[in-house]
Structures are given as C-alpha cells and as structure tokens.
Design a protein around this ligand. Structure first.
Ligand code: ZN
Length: 120
C-alpha cells in the first residue's frame, strides 16, 4: 500500500497495421497498399489491397496472422484467376475478391458489415 509509482515508462509498441506497398498487378506500379485486419470474433482476417495509381481494389479473406506479403500472394492468384472485366470493376469502384459486393444468397451479410469498418 502506498507504494509510489515510478515514472511510467511507456514501451513503444510496434504498430502492426502499417499498410505495406507492393506492385499493383494491374498497372504494375509500386502503389498497391495491402493491409490485413482481423477481429477477435472472426476466424479469418480480411485483407484489403488498394492501388493508389489505377484504383484497383481487392478484398478477400486470409488466415489470421497473415502478413501483408502473404495476402499479396493470394491477391496475385485472385487477379490471375479473375474472369470478369477488371477495368469495369475499377470504374464502378468495386473490389474483386471474396468480399466484394457479390454476396452468395443465404449467406449472412458479413461483407457489408466488414466494409463499414473505419480506418483506425
Ligand atoms: Zn494499379
């Protein structure tokens, strides 16, 4: 009791959510920002990749604790296997990937909830 607290030293925490920048698979510019966010309640994390140059965007699930570089690898696969017109998606402001607006019927609207997350 009455123990005086020493001056609190605040340990500098390394912020993990810094978006990393990669090469955009669409315009080949080094301006694709990839970030991975997860909520404790979900069993997966959500990766988001947005190109500041051409507007390319992808949003998809990745295993928890994935690093942006892991997500980037998956993004490249997604891009390669994408069947639609990416230009049209970009113009429409849409993201490709599992978590774009294309909801499967009967599934809960999880993508909607996730897209409403604000940037911290
Ligand atoms: Zn781009």
């Amino acid at each position: 009791m009455g123990r005086r607290k020493k001056k609190r030293v605040q340990p500098k925490r390394i912020v993990r959510k810094i978006p990393k920048v990669f090469m955009c698979p669409h315009c080949s510019k080094q301006s694709l920002r990839v970030s991975v966010n997860s909520k404790p309640s979900d069993e997966y994390a959500v990766a988001e990749a947005v190109c500041g140059e051409c507007g390319f965007c992808a949003r998809f699930k990745v295993p928890k604790l994935s690093q942006p570089v892991d997500a980037y690898g998956k993004l490249i696969d997604l891009y390669d296997s994408f069947q639609g017109d990416i230009e049209a998606e970009i113009r429409a402001g849409k993201c490709i990937g599992e978590l774009d607006g294309s909801r499967e019927a009967g599934k809960e609207n999880e993508s909607e909830r996730l897209s409403q997350r604000e940037e911290e």
